[in-house]
Design a binder for this molecule. Structure first.
Ligand code: ADP
Ligand code: MG
Ligand code: ZN
Length: 615
């Protein structure tokens, strides 16, 4: 069989994704391979297809015990003989699995890295005909990565000790140059094919909503995504609790996950989410590492994350199946204060380069705040950060889709600039943005009076304007080069160019997100909500098939997305197959699954059509 035939027969896909074929060809030719592909890029296929074509066994080292069961279930669902070995097995199951491996029952066996610490286990492995060793989440081998696992260092030893050196393949979604070098060196890869695909995830729609009433914004977003599965990330345990409670009170099917819960509750809640018994998971960043649930349709960040890396990783848990998914960040100025607090109080105090680390984290946070405020393409902003080329506008993010309009802000700009000038003339030094805003809005603040700023003719010029908006004007004037911040004490001063606006009639314009409710447009960045998701051709049929999938998932004891992915259901709705032959053309329906589930799905589709025709 050819690789493409294996892809069709077992997985039901008709074409390889970028990079998959090259990696598979390399592995089959006996060359080591190292694939760096984004989450949802389809790394599993890259070692599973060769596993079916190579003689003997493929051994997969994977760090996530909680996930192995699902990985093995989804292989068994497509009739690939697979097993896993980790500490959750009972002694009988463990011995049974080893016996079956010996008898050559399996093509793919997952093991936890910690197993490699056991000499008796290693000596057993030497007896098996291992033809491929695959290292999933390969970045775990590097101390420079986020999730270092010391046991990963044992892998090279295992490979060396096997009677015949197998081909070695390694995969990860996150690898800086340093981590990449570590992977090649510490796994002792032999002239590997290094394949790095683009990091963009075109099916993810990024958006930011600025709101101080986040619960309202979240609830209206969730109402638009009723019945869909998604994650809401919160910065703290306390927030996680309160948001989850608020959602449950509103009637959403939500559950929660954070490090303060007992192991049992965490496990139960995670299962509820994976099996679609609860649709919304409210969690801290303790949740999600290695969650392979492919039908996560949205990831909402209730608070600004600490870095773009963290954001990209967490948001990236949406839409693994390649179908449309939303990544929404709820932002308010208060998030910056919270993040600062967490950074300054979070770093361990005994660490010698503490100050340096804090400074670095603050820099990262500022870049993230920049993301929240940008009027440019959100995807472009992220890809710039990772140093990847991209078009100016992606056409699938809040900023590209949200209609922007240019407003003339010359008058408020003049008010602000002249106020800066007068403050400086009066005091002989500059003040920071917040005092400036208070002065402009004529607030009866103690400091304003003490410094005599209430005597200035510019005091109270912007009385009716919300502080947020004045702040955004100031930020814009700084970005446009009319103001600058003194890096030493945060005072705001005029640049030379400011004179053009104050005295020479230069017009100042600012991009403002149009308010979808058609009220005043000058409140930059009003909630746009997520622009409507692409209309599905037939939501009714999709829901019917989703219901059927859930019944089958309960019966089989596997998560719904393992029965069929959302992508497969969508394709079924599009094609409306009438017979087995047509059903096999659906993406994600392979031979075995068609035999197992085909008839019930065909029946449900035709029943739906009869009903729809009758009404
Ligand atoms: P990764 O490990 O890279 O995050 P997975 O291997 O879990 O990603 O694959 C993500 C999803 O993409 C799965 O639902 C998988 O079935 C699907 N997929 C993988 N390869 C293809 C392909 N060639 N065509 C269509 N879907 C694919
Ligand atoms: Mg994976
Ligand atoms: Zn865009």
């Amino acid at each position: 069989m050819e690789p493409i035939e294996v892809l069709e027969k077992y997985f039901g896909y008709t074409a390889f994704r970028p990079g998959q074929e090259q990696l598979i060809e390399a592995i089959l030719s006996g060359r080591d391979a190292f694939g760096v592909m984004p989450t949802g890029g389809g790394k599993s296929i890259c070692y599973q297809v060769p596993a079916m074509l190579l003689p003997g066994l493929t051994l997969v080292i994977s760090p996530l015990i909680s996930l192995m069961k699902d990985q093995v279930s989804s292989l068994r669902e497509v009739n690939i003989p697979a097993a896993y070995i980790n500490s959750t097995l009972s002694p009988e199951d463990y011995r049974g699995a080893l016996r079956d491996i010996e008898d050559g029952v399996y093509k793919i066996v997952y093991v936890a890295p910690e197993r490699l610490e056991s000499e008796s286990f290693l000596s057993r492995l030497r007896r098996y005909p291992i033809r491929q060793v695959t290292v999933d989440e390969a970045h775990c081998i590097s101390q420079w990565g986020q999730d270092f696992r010391p046991s990963y260092l044992k892998i090279a030893e295992l490979i060396r000790s096997l009677p015949e050196r197998p081909v070695v393949s390694a995969f990860t979604a996150t690898a800086t140059d340093r981590v990449r070098e570590d992977v090649v060196r510490l796994l002792q890869l032999h002239e590997p094919l290094l394949l790095v695909t683009g990091f963009d995830r075109p099916n993810l729609r990024y958006d930011v909503v600025r709101s101080r009433r986040k619960d309202d914004a979240l609830i209206s977003f969730l109402k638009e995504h009723a019945g869909q599965s998604g994650i809401v990330y919160c910065a703290t345990r306390a927030k996680t609790e309160s948001v989850c409670a608020a959602l449950c009170a509103e009637g959403f099917s939500a559950t929660r996950y954070h490090a303060g819960l007992s192991d049992e509750e965490r496990h139960a809640n995670q299962e509820d989410f994976i099996f679609d018994r609860r649709t919304v998971m409210v969690a801290t960043n303790a949740f999600g590492m290695g969650i392979d649930k492919s039908n996560v349709r949205f990831v909402v960040h209730y608070n600004m994350p600490k870095s773009i890396e963290e954001y990209y990783q967490e948001a990236g848990r949406a839409g693994r199946d390649g179908e449309h998914a939303d990544c929404l960040l709820l932002f308010s100025e208060g998030d910056i204060m919270t993040a600062k607090y967490l950074i300054e109080n979070g770093a361990s105090s005994e660490s010698e380069n503490r100050a340096e680390r804090i400074a670095q984290e603050l820099r990262r946070m500022n870049i993230t705040a920049g993301y929240c405020k940008t009027t440019r393409c959100f995807r472009g902003y992220i890809l710039d950060y990772f140093g990847e080329k991209h078009p100016e506008r992606c056409g699938n993010c809040g900023n590209c889709l949200g209609a922007f309009e240019e407003v003339d802000i010359t008058i408020p700009a003049q008010m602000i600039l002249s106020c800066v000038r007068r403050v400086q003339n009066r005091l002989g030094y500059t003040v920071g943005a917040s005092l400036l805003i208070k002065t402009l809005r004529g607030s009866s603040d103690k400091r304003v009076r003490e410094l005599g700023l209430d005597k200035l003719s510019t005091c109270g010029l912007m009385r009716g304007e919300p502080a947020e908006r004045v702040k955004r004007y100031i930020e814009h004037l700084e970005a446009a080069g009319y103001l600058k911040t003194d890096p030493r004490h945060g005072g705001i001063l005029l640049t030379e160019a400011a004179g053009d606006v104050l005295f020479r009639g230069t017009v100042v314009k600012m991009q403002v997100k149009r308010d979808p409710r058609g009220t005043r447009a000058s409140g930059a960045g009003q909630p746009l909500g997520s622009a409507a998701a692409p209309v599905t051709q037939d939501q009714g049929l999709f829901d019917a098939l989703r219901g059927l999938r859930r019944e089958l998932s309960e019966r089989e004891g596997v998560p719904a997305y393992i029965v069929f992915s959302d992508a497969a259901l969508r394709d079924m709705v599009r094609r409306r197959p009438r017979n087995m032959h047509e059903l096999l053309m659906v993406s994600g329906v392979g031979k075995f699954k068609a035999e197992k589930y085909g008839n019930v799905f065909l029946k449900r589709i035709s029943a739906y059509e009869v009903e729809a025709g009758a009404s």
